[in-house]
Ligand binder design. Structure first.
Ligand SMILES: *Cc1c(COP(=O)(O)O)cnc(C)c1O
Length: 400
């Protein structure tokens, strides 16, 4: 009964979600903070004032949402943890100086380092049902079965899964000694086979990032007529976004998500920032497969999230602060911690196996992630939670 292509499928295994007990979940890089109050208010308003809209198809191209995403990127430069917030005098005046709700009054400006030298317009944004779906449409639109796709040996494990799904061979490139993506070797392999490439920056599960100037060098030397995809799921936590490079490179495709820095993993929303030609191509895939990928409630929720981005700036800063504290704790207890630019850390301790550490922590009611892939099986990938959650984890890890 099964099709032949079913035998090629090797599905992705997400972080576990056991129901037997109320675990502290630090295994899926979710954000420990809830969406902004504006998101809750917008969804409540939508449901109470226009419930009939749930009976109608949503805007297939998320026009308003794409405009709000573009505006958010222009305000933040694509890195929330470095975005500067300040009280706008307008809002303060409107509130008679009583800035009762600092979130609503705050305006955002990118840090000097993150300024984008052009305006991101809605035609450069494509939105989908989570960045996982967006990635799959990119694989369909830009990668063929006639040459291997270049991916880092350790990166987001969904990339090889999509290669299996679309029957695309891939060439895994080992990481460098310091666990960073090997920029030169990636480009070398891409040129050898005239191939496209994809990697996460900062990378997962390592947390280590390349700088924008390193990626610019890669783009200068890689094939110009092949897609060069940078997955920026974690860029908001202190990496360097490649968005400023879009004016120079038409083959650059940047993928981002609401799931991590925008506290919206349950809303299922991800997006592309790229040239309008890329957006049109992916839209063609969408219109051939799933015409309405972003549902009406998610569009309302995500638009409100973009408008209240100052709230998420504060969340990202809180996560980064906690990450630095937790890194120190681990180092003081003999762990090797890779330098993270994300909302998780990747760490191991000699003499302690990944399985052993994972089991002990789980017994104490906390879930972290381990991988069975040879080479990283003794590392724990630990998502950064609230200060209270991290304190509980520290107690559990103290005697490991
Ligand atoms: C979490 C993650 C995604 C998936 O995000 P969704 O938008 O929730 O589908 C994509 N890429 C990387 C590297 C991730 O870590």
């Amino acid at each position: 009964m099964l099709s032949k292509r079913m035998s090629l499928l090797h599905p992705y295994v997400p972080g576990e979600q056991p129901k037997d007990r109320d675990y502290i979940k630090l295994n899926a890089n979710e954000n420990p903070y809830p969406p902004s109050p504006e998101v809750t208010a917008a969804v409540n308003k939508f449901l109470s004032e226009s419930p009939e809209k749930l009976g109608l198809y949503p805007d297939p191209d998320s026009g308003d949402l794409r405009a709000e995403i573009a505006a958010m990127i222009n305000k933040t430069g694509g890195v929330l943890s470095r975005t500067e917030t300040s009280f706008s005098s307008d809002a303060a005046e409107r509130d008679h100086g009583a800035a009762s709700d600092p979130i609503e009054c705050a305006s955002c400006v990118p840090s000097e380092k993150d300024k984008i030298p052009f305006t991101v317009v809605p035609e450069m944004i494509y939105t989908g049902n989570g960045s996982d779906e967006v990635l799959s449409f990119i694989f369909f639109a830009f990668f063929d079965g006639d040459r291997p796709l270049i991916i880092p040996k350790f990166s987001y494990s969904f990339y090889p899964v999509y290669c299996g799904f679309y029957n695309i061979p891939f060439c895994p490139v080992p990481l460098k000694e310091d666990w960073s993506v090997d920029d030169k070797k990636m480009v070398f392999e891409a040129n050898k086979m005239n191939s496209g490439m994809i990697f996460a920056n900062p990378n997962a599960p390592t947390g280590v990032g390349l700088s924008r100037s390193q990626i610019r060098q890669m783009l200068l030397n890689a094939p110009k007529d092949k897609a060069f995809v940078v997955d920026e799921a974690y860029a908001d936590f202190g990496g360097e976004s490649c968005i400023p490079l879009l004016s120079e490179f038409n083959n650059l495709i940047i993928v981002r998500t609401f799931s991590k820095s925008l506290c919206g993993a349950g809303m299922r929303s991800g997006y592309i920032v790229a040239s309008p030609e890329v957006v049109r191509a992916v839209t063609t895939v969408k219109n051939s497969l799933n015409h309405f990928p972003v549902d009406a409630i998610t569009q309302v929720a995500c638009r409100a999230a973009c408008r209240s981005v100052a709230y998420y700036v504060n969340c990202a800063k809180a996560v980064v602060k906690e990450r630095e504290k937790f890194t120190l704790f681990l180092q003081n207890h003999g762990w090797k911690v890779l330098p993270s630019q994300t909302n998780f850390v990747f760490a191991k301790k000699s003499g302690v196996s990944g399985q052993e550490a994972y089991r002990k922590i789980k017994e104490d009611g906390i879930l972290v992630r381990i991988f069975s892939t040879p080479g990283i099986e003794d590392f724990l990938r630990i998502s950064i939670g609230t200060p209270a959650q991290m304190l509980a984890l520290q107690r559990s890890m103290e005697d490991l």
